[in-house]
Design a protein around this ligand. Structure first.
Ligand SMILES: [Mn+2]
Length: 270
């Protein structure tokens, strides 16, 4: 199965990572990739936000990658996939899976670009030093991303442990949707879909009240300095929790991000 309107080639490559082994809430995010592809069939290719259509941009869906259920092996496999795409002078939009998958992709970007700013949309800070006695899982992923050298620009976060609260105050990683996104470094966008309010996006493993709505996301997408964006991920949709309304929203998020990436490049490509 492929995301609707995907081509045989193009500079933007979609792939999905069916991994949810460390999920602490409801599982099922490993089923997200193909459920989002299925939902894309119900969605218009045309986006009024970009006045552009998926049919007009050359992106390729390379499908699901095979990954181990062992976290460290999975991280290596994701890094390898991401690195091979980046070494072809292409970029990627990765669909999770749970948020842990982001670390493998960020490692590939750090190796390629040296510096990176991760724009992290999420309900949760994901900044614990360890969780359930492991260092590598979806509750610690942004702590590892930070330690491995990326700058953090966190948006929509509304759930913290005390340790995380102190971390965001110390390192000033928390920003507001009204703040402008700096364009001095290569940008990696990581969208944990639970940043949305559970009323509009119930299909996630750890829902958290008080989230954003579609218009907030649309404004965010239009404010990104797209010429600096080197990679994107969309994670934490669990079709086992809710698979209809949430799948459409997830597919629409993917559509707007694909078109956003091309918005800075389309004139050159045409
Ligand atoms: Mn989250």
């Amino acid at each position: 199965m492929k995301f609707l309107a995907s081509k045989n080639e193009g500079p933007l490559v979609l792939f999905s990572v069916p991994f949810d082994s460390t999920s602490s809430g409801f599982p099922g995010s490993k089923f997200a990739g193909n459920r989002i592809r299925e939902a894309s069939i119900m969605l218009e290719e045309f986006s009024p936000l970009w006045v552009s259509s998926l049919e007009e941009v050359p992106f390729r869906d390379s499908g699901e990658i095979e990954v181990s259920c062992d976290t460290n092996k999975m991280l290596e496999e994701v890094e390898e996939t991401a690195s091979s795409i980046l070494s072809n002078e292409q970029t990627f939009l990765m669909i999770g899976g749970e948020h842990t998958v982001t670390l493998g992709a960020v490692r590939a970007c750090l190796k390629k670009f040296g510096k990176l700013r991760v724009i992290h949309l999420d309900a949760h800070a994901d900044l614990r030093d360890s969780f359930e006695n492991t260092k590598y899982n979806h509750a610690t992923v942004m702590r590892r991303v930070f330690e491995e050298g990326a700058e953090l620009f966190q948006l929509g976060i509304r759930s913290f442990s005390r340790e995380e609260w102190e971390f965001v105050k110390t390192y000033k990683t928390l920003f507001d949707f009204a703040d402008s996104i700096p364009s001095d470094l290569p940008i990696y966008i990581s969208v944990d879909l639970d940043v949305f309010d559970p009323a509009v996006f119930p299909g996630t493993g750890t829902p958290e009240p008080g989230g954003i709505f579609w218009d907030d996301f649309a404004r965010f997408v239009k404010s990104i300095p797209w010429n600096k964006v080197v990679a994107i991920d969309v994670v934490e949709f669990s079709p086992l929790v809710e698979d209809k309304v949430s799948a459409i929203l997830a597919a629409k998020v993917v559509r707007e991000l694909i078109l956003g990436w091309f918005s800075a490049r389309i004139s050159k490509l045409k």
